[in-house]
Design a protein around this ligand. Structure first.
Ligand code: BG6
Ligand code: MG
Length: 215
């Protein structure tokens, strides 16, 4: 299907900024405390999904069955470590071409939104100084259902007042690509084609679109 892109909806972690490595480090540290290993391959399953769901997957990997209060403690601990990693971030950690691509499409009249599962999105955008590049911000504080549920993207389209058929989602996670497809939006995968085969097209990063546009 050929669609006119009237709105672009961006995932945050792994698309605009490389926070995926900090999520990974914090989860790995938590797994170690509980006596099991957590690999980069395991980490792929956590990308794009909410903190609570991520913890459930982590516990599944470690074959642990814990009560709710212990789980809450673990999620809080992980987030504390994660915030320690991200609080020192600055604009130098914006992934190549991301800010430029956002600025370019905005000059062409295309609306922009953030569609992220992260509750830390406001802090990250503030650290990077790019909050102004989004017309609408939908993050983990605003949605109840984790990707692959399409809620986050549908809400962004709704707030932008653009029909889903004219939205294109930029995503690095399998769960996010499924969410975009369920929302009936176009989807550009960012990362390795083998892992993101359901996307309409897969690129290595937003910098590639800047090269193609010749700007
Ligand atoms: C997503 C990440 O963007 O946000 C996931 O890809 C993460 O790895 C999720 O678990 C929730 O993030 P946070 O910052 O609310 O713990
Ligand atoms: Mg992501």
């Amino acid at each position: 299907m050929i669609r006119e892109m009237r709105a672009a909806i961006f995932d945050l972690d792994g698309v605009i900024v490389d926070t995926a490595k900090y999520h990974y480090l914090a989860w790995k540290r938590l797994a170690k405390e509980y006596g099991f290993d957590f690999t980069e391959t395991d980490n792929e399953r956590l990308k794009g999904v909410s903190r609570v769901r991520s913890l459930e997957i982590l516990l599944e990997i470690g074959s642990l069955n814990l009560d709710e209060s212990e789980k809450e403690k673990m999620a809080a601990q992980k987030n504390e470590w994660y915030i320690d990693y991200i609080r020192h971030m600055d604009a130098s950690e914006i992934l190549p071409g991301s800010a430029e691509y956002l600025k370019t499409i905005r000059t062409k009249g295309i609306k922009t939104a953030l569609g992220s599962a992260s509750k830390n999105a406001p802090l990250i955008l503030e650290r990077l100084g790019i909050s102004d590049l989004f017309d609408v911000i939908v993050d983990g504080n605003k949605v109840g259902k984790a990707k692959p549920d399409p809620e986050v993207f549908l809400r962004a389209a709704n707030e932008l007042n653009i029909p889903a058929a004219h939205c294109v989602v930029f995503e690095d996670a399998e769960a996010g690509i499924q969410a975009a497809l369920r929302a009936n939006m176009g989807v550009v995968g960012i990362g390795k084609p083998a892992l993101l085969s359901e996307a309409d097209i897969v690129i290595g990063g937003l910098w590639q679109l800047m090269v193609l546009s010749g700007e």
